[in-house]
Write a protein that binds this ligand. Structure first.
Ligand code: FRU
Length: 719
């Protein structure tokens, strides 16, 4: 687009010799931001600084594409700052409004708005990242012909504080001449009669975020952000359309270039679109749970009920990155083979659905039970403004959920307040709930009906934050001697006593794991006493965000483990072991006979595969180092320092009677290391090369002895 001023344009038009009657009216410049301040534009906040920027601001990616010397850049103070710039009213006198825009792609948060009568009638955002890594302002335009003659105001908004929390704008012009760039349309709709269960949306990670609303009879039923592909998608996200079967819905997109195929390519399918290879994509973990499509983080609502382990989880069904927090849902009979069900909890007027827990309401304390089976009740954080806690119930084994009409059941009490975890406290027939508040602070609550909560105590857990678990375990397996364990999202835990009103820790905080992909774990509720285990599933938070790049899913769960609690000289301590059900994955077994291990040996050389379980008991002898290599991932035991190291993570492993014991699981993107007396717990994530299917075991500096070495090729849990 040209940097022009109005007089120049008049002159140019006249020079071409066109008569005034047939000529396009000259362009009208609204603002080119060439002054030292914003002139007639009213400013609020700090993001826009004292006046137009003349280039890249400190800390910003290099900015180009603006015209002349000055342009609007809300990166003053970095992405964290906010503010608005508002123009004086002007009259709409041309068909198009054209401008240059760059920076954040957050609808409603980093945008240029055209307002008429106080309403936003057009809005445009930046694109977020630009190819080439620079922030190039790009030409954009709106068709404003239907507002001709009306008075309007422009507003430049920076209301975003995270990544790409700024907006760049320049050269705003009214013109009758259409530019050769797409016209941004607002509130574009399409009607569709729903016949099939999956409604597929094209996603291109990195494309501008659009807001999609699915309306039924004018009512918004679903609303989400999506990087809608304009053309060929990276993958297809699906929305569970079964609730709309036989009905006509309207799909509305807040903003779309007029050449976009984003809305027109949305289609319905019986099976998940493009799912031929589903669960077998190159890097797809084969026995760590992943969602079919989209993002996952924390496990939520872990509850066992009538033969099924429920795994709800923080889920973005429509994006590869975090967002649109909903509760995804899967069930399993054995904690290993999972069957995914539709999303259980969608965002609502109270906010998106952050983490929480679930329990069986055996005594119908909340009064939600309708049939002969008890209701499942979930308690979650609604991450609105502000965060509050709500509940929902299901009377059909978790298949359908109803939000409690009087949510929230606990209003906002402190900054972050989130992630409620409920447990039944039998001696007083009441519920006890732990909740994260802020910093390292948590609180414990009680309720008799899950609807009314009162605080029992505040509780600080040094070194941890978010996602509390507070539950009872037998000490040394003695069901007459119970202790309570409190742990946070990073796995810092304390053990102590709880009398129903006050928790008194008896141990110092300890870490329960030493891996690089463990966070926000949760223990199962309602494991039958005939089983009696304490079972935990963590989020396998990836240390490197790119491991599943190019796949339709992102992130994974950690393996389910069993916790036991043991007396030690320094107080009660947790031991962690993979659940026995994982044995069902075992295929071919390779039994390596007891033998001496010398430097240069590799007793595992003949074994190939991508999924393994390894049991090893090794007498360390006079070897200095014992080195495993699992498909390119080295795990080194230093026999003198008694340390085991993997990818820079290090933890102690004490030999017992001169022997170490390791229990390892190798999946496509991880090596889970357990062993010793149960305190070695190192879940390690890394993209293992599909080309490397080998294992090795060797030693350095002396000889060791293999006492027992068993390698199983594992089957995929998705078969
Ligand atoms: C932990 C967490 C929780 C929150 C959820 C949001 O990973 O930040 O505290 O509820 O994720 O997805």
């Amino acid at each position: 687009m040209r940097k022009l001023n109005v007089l120049y344009c008049w002159a140019a038009t006249l020079c071409l010799g066109t008569t005034m009657a047939s000529a396009q009216k000259p362009d009208l410049l609204i603002a080119n931001f060439e002054g030292t301040n914003y002139g007639a534009w009213a400013e609020s906040g700090t993001a826009f600084g004292d006046g137009p920027a003349d280039g890249t601001l400190p800390g910003q990616m290099s900015v180009d594409g603006f015209q002349g010397h000055g342009f609007v850049n809300s990166y003053h103070g970095g992405d964290g700052s906010t503010g608005t710039l508002t123009s004086r009213p002007f009259k709409i006198q041309r068909k198009y409004l054209q401008f240059l825009i760059g920076g954040g792609g957050w609808p409603g948060k980093t945008c240029l708005n055209l307002m008429i009568d106080g309403r936003v009638v057009r809005s445009a955002t930046g694109p977020n990242v630009n190819p080439g890594g620079s922030e190039k302002l790009q030409p954009a335009q709106w068709d404003i012909s239907k507002f001709l003659g009306q008075e309007a105001v422009l507003e430049i908004v920076d209301d975003a504080t995270g990544g790409w929390g700024h907006i760049n704008v320049d050269q705003i012009v009214q013109s009758d001449k259409r530019l050769n760039v797409p016209i941004m349309l607002r509130d574009v709709t399409r009607e569709m009669r729903i016949e099939k269960p999956h409604l597929n949306f094209p996603v291109k990670t990195g494309a501008p975020t659009r807001q999609v609303t699915v309306l039924l009879n004018g009512q918004a039923e679903r609303s989400f952000d999506i990087e809608l592909a304009n053309g060929k998608p990276d993958w297809w996200a699906f929305l569970d359309a079964t609730p709309f079967k036989g009905k006509t819905i309207t799909i509305k997109v807040n903003e779309l270039p007029d050449d976009s195929t984003g809305l027109s390519s949305i289609d319905q399918t019986t099976k998940i679109k493009d799912s031929k290879n589903l669960y077998h994509e190159t890097m797809r973990p084969q026995f760590h749970f992943t969602s079919r499509c989209g993002w996952l983080n924390d496990p939520n609502g872990l509850v066992y009920f009538l033969g099924e382990y429920h795994l709800f989880y923080q889920h973005n069904p429509y994006g590869w990155n975090w967002g649109n927090m909903s509760w995804g849902h899967a069930v399993s009979k054995d904690l290993v083979h999972w069957h995914e069900l539709p999303v259980a909890l969608y965002p609502d007027k109270h906010g998106t659905m952050y983490s929480g827990s679930a329990a069986v309401d055996w005594k119908n304390t909340a009064g939600f039970q309708t049939g002969s089976e008890p209701a499942l009740v979930a308690m979650f954080t609604a991450a609105g403004n502000p965060f509050t806690q709500g509940i929902a119930f299901s009377n059909d084994r978790g298949r359908n959920w109803t939000k409690y009409a009087d949510n929230p059941v606990l209003g906002h009490i402190a900054a972050e307040n989130r992630d409620p975890k409920v447990v039944w406290y039998a001696p007083e027939k009441k519920w006890v709930m732990s909740l994260y508040l802020d910093h390292h602070d948590y609180a414990i609550f009680e309720s008799h009906d899950l609807k009314h909560w009162s605080k029992l105590q505040d509780f600080t857990l040094s070194g941890d934050a978010e996602c509390p678990n507070f539950f009872e375990m037998p000490l040394d397996g003695d069901t007459n001697n119970w202790r309570w364990v409190f742990f946070g999202a990073s796995g810092v835990y304390v053990v102590g006593k709880f009398d129903g009103h006050k928790f008194t820790p008896e141990t110092k905080p300890r870490h329960m794991e030493n891996g690089n992909c463990w966070y926000a774990a949760q223990v199962y509720s309602d494991i039958p006493s005939s089983d009696g285990r304490t079972i935990l599933i963590p989020w396998g938070r990836l240390p490197n965000g790119d491991i599943f790049k190019g796949m339709p899913f992102n992130q994974m769960m950690g393996l389910p483990v069993e916790l036991t609690l043991h007396s030690t000289a320094s107080g009660a301590e947790l031991q962690i072991r993979p659940v026995r059900e994982l044995k069902s994955l075992r295929g071919t077994v390779h039994n390596i006979e007891s033998r001496t291990l010398k430097p240069g040996d590799n007793p595992l050389s003949g074994i190939h595969g991508d999924l393994f379980e390894i049991n090893a008991e090794i007498a360390i002898g006079d070897a200095k180092k014992i080195i495993f290599n699992f498909r390119g991932m080295p795990v080194v035991y230093d026999t003198e320092a008694h340390k085991i190291t993997c990818l820079g993570n290090e933890t102690t492993l004490m030999p017992a009677d001169g022997k170490i014991f390791l229990h390892v699981f190798v999946d496509r993107a991880s090596v889970d290391i357990y062993g010793g007396d149960g305190t070695l717990y190192m879940p390690m994530a890394k993209a293992l090369s599909p080309m490397d299917q080998k294992l090795s075991l060797s030693c350095l500096g002396g000889e060791a002895k293999i006492i027992l070495l068993k390698v199983y090729n594992l089957k995929s849990a998705w078969e």
